[in-house]
Each structure stands twice: as C-alpha cells, then as structure tokens.
Design a protein around this ligand. Structure first.
Ligand code: GLN
Length: 331
C-alpha cells in the first residue's frame, strides 16, 4: 500500500492541485509503482554472485524523500539490498570533500579520471587499455577504483567513512551485507584486472588489493530504498543535508556530482535515461536506481531484473512514470 508521511508542518498548506497540471507526489508515486510493477519480471537479475542470483525478482520499491522530510513510499521500501554501484556516488562525494580540503579537486581527482560517458559496459577493459589507464568517469568501475585510491590517501578506512556518512544522512545505522561482501571478494576478477591495468599505467598509488577491498566493501553496503532516497537528498539541496543543515559538499561540487550522474550514472544507457527520465540518476547491479530532482527531492526505485546495460528495467519505468506524471524532469 502506498503511504505518505508528512514532513515540515508548513508543507501541509499547499495550493490545491490543478488537475490539468502535474500530479501531486503521493498520487504520482502510486501510479508510477503500479505501471512499473507490471514490468518487474522483464530483464535478468545479476547472477555473478549467489546472493544476487537468489534474490526474489518480484521485489519492488519506490521511495521519494522530499527536502522537508515528507516521504512517499510504495512496495518493499524497508527491505535492504546491496547498493552496489550506487555507492560510487558517495565515494565520489567523500573524495571531492577530501580533495577540496587538500590540494584541490583538479589536481587530486579530475586529472586521473574523466567526466565523459563511456558508451561501454561499466566493467569494460577495452577503453582503459586504449586510453592509457585513464577511466572515462567515476561512475564506472575503473573510475570508482581511482576514486577509492584518492580516498585512501586521506582516510584509513573509506568504507567505514562511507557508512558513517550514509548513517548520518539517513539517521539510521548503515552497515555491510556480509554475504555479498564475501561473494564479491571471491569473484572480482574483472575489477582486479581493471585495477592492475591502471596500476601498470601509474594511475593507482595504493596497493591494488587495498584499493579493491575498499571498492568491494562500498558495493556491499546494505540499505533500503527509503534510506537511500533520504540519504541522497543533500545532492538535490546544493550539498546541504536538509535534515541537519550541515554542508556535506560545497554547492559547485554538488552540482558536478549531479552532472556526472546525469551523463554517466546509468552507463551506456545514460542518453536513454536523460531522454526518458530527465533526472540525474545512478544505478546499481542489485536493481536500485537513485534519482535527484534539484531543489525538491531524491527518489530510489528498486527491482532486481536488469536490462543489458545493467540498469533495473522496472526501476527505469518507475522513474520515467514518476517524472512524467509529476513533471519532474530537469529539462
Ligand atoms: N559489484 C559490482 C561490480 O563491481 C558493481 C557494479 C554495478 O553495480 N554496476 O561489478
């Protein structure tokens, strides 16, 4: 059943909804979830590790968290899953924070990882070889490994720091899915290849195994869609956590993270996402997709079956329907 929980009292006094205009969020979430559920058996769940292969493909959740704290929830919004590549957003946030306070984001980060869409699968080795170990962007695996390498120059335990940040942002304790962690540790041959290739080109400074541990740990962070939506609101709010007022990231850097999510967050389907959803998004291989509506809200859709690019099929439909019905596109 869809539920809406109110946030700030001032939000209760809204002008009446114009029936010819956008749907209110509560109705938009319910309608989007209903349409997307019909597609929740399209696509294939990830099978490279048992904990993902064994997940119930009919799980579905859509969570919207407004900046004032109002939540609109539908489906399995409390069920935790491994956030996988969605963690690349928070690792990038922490690396930008650290580099901004250190010798600067250009010098520490952007000279080692680009911000162009790759047009290749998220774990492709080909481009990395051709482009001499410089990953196209921080939203693909190779780019995230460089981001983790930057983090290791500043933090003893980047995974613990990421969990700490996410716990603060959603106001609940966030930890790892130990089963996913162990399975990924035993099966990361391709990520290991990416890391060694970049080390060979001189684009990793820390020990390859330590960088990989950090990367794999971040992928295994377990959160529900409600928690993810809540924790991502600061990126829709100029880098400021709307719950505490704390500036997590300087506004220009928060804009850059959103820009990279829009252009690269859904891999070689980023063009299709910009076209059909029109919001900065980041997907993970366990079937979640987070999305931002600047100045208004963050959302998370979750459905495990994926399209060939590795994005949740029903998740994309849910975000498309929500953005259309409530007129949320940034364009
Ligand atoms: N753990 C996965 C990997 O490294 C994450 C990829 C993803 O979510 N797209 O391959």
């Amino acid at each position: 059943m869809p539920t809406t929980t109110p946030g700030h009292p001032s939000d209760a006094h809204r002008p009446d909804h114009d029936p010819s205009g956008p749907l209110p969020l509560a109705a938009g979430v319910a309608a989007a979830a209903q349409v997307a559920r019909a597609a929740d058996h399209d696509g294939e769940v990830a099978t490279y590790i048992a904990p993902l292969a064994e997940v119930d493909p009919s799980r579905f959740a859509l969570a919207v968290s407004e900046l004032d704290g109002t939540e609109h929830l539908d489906g399995d919004v409390e069920v935790p899953f491994a956030i996988q590549s969605v963690s690349k957003v928070y690792s990038l946030v922490l690396a930008l924070q650290a580099a901004d306070a250190g010798s600067g984001v250009e010098e520490e980060l952007w000279c080692r990882v680009g911000r162009e869409p790759s047009g290749d699968p998220f774990n492709s080795l080909v481009q990395l070889e051709r482009e001499r170990g410089l990953p196209r962007n921080p939203m693909i695996n190779a780019g995230a490994l460089v981001v983790d390498d930057v983090l290791l120059d500043h933090l003893d335990d980047p995974v613990a720091a990421t969990c700490e940040l996410l716990s603060e942002l959603c106001g609940e304790d966030i930890g790892l899915d130990e089963r996913v962690l162990r399975a990924e540790q035993g099966s990361s041959h391709r990520n290991r290849s990416l890391a060694h290739l970049m080390a060979d080109f001189g684009n990793l400074r820390n020990d390859v195994e330590v960088v990989l541990d950090s990367y794999i740990g971040a992928c295994a962070i377990a959160m529900s869609s409600r928690q993810l939506a809540r924790a991502t609101r600061f990126l829709a709010n100029g880098g400021i956590d709307p719950a505490s007022g704390r500036r997590v990231l300087a506004p220009p850097l928060a804009r850059r993270v959103a820009a990279v999510m829009l252009t690269c967050g859904t891999y070689d389907a980023a063009g299709e996402f910009a076209f059909s959803v029109g919001l900065p998004c980041k997907s993970g291989v366990a079937g979640s997709i987070v999305a931002l509506v600047p100045g208004r809200l963050a959302a998370c859709a979750w459905s495990p079956p994926l399209d060939p690019a590795g994005n949740s099929v029903a998740g994309r439909i849910a975000l498309h329907e929500l953005a259309e019905r409530c007129e949320l596109s940034v364009f």
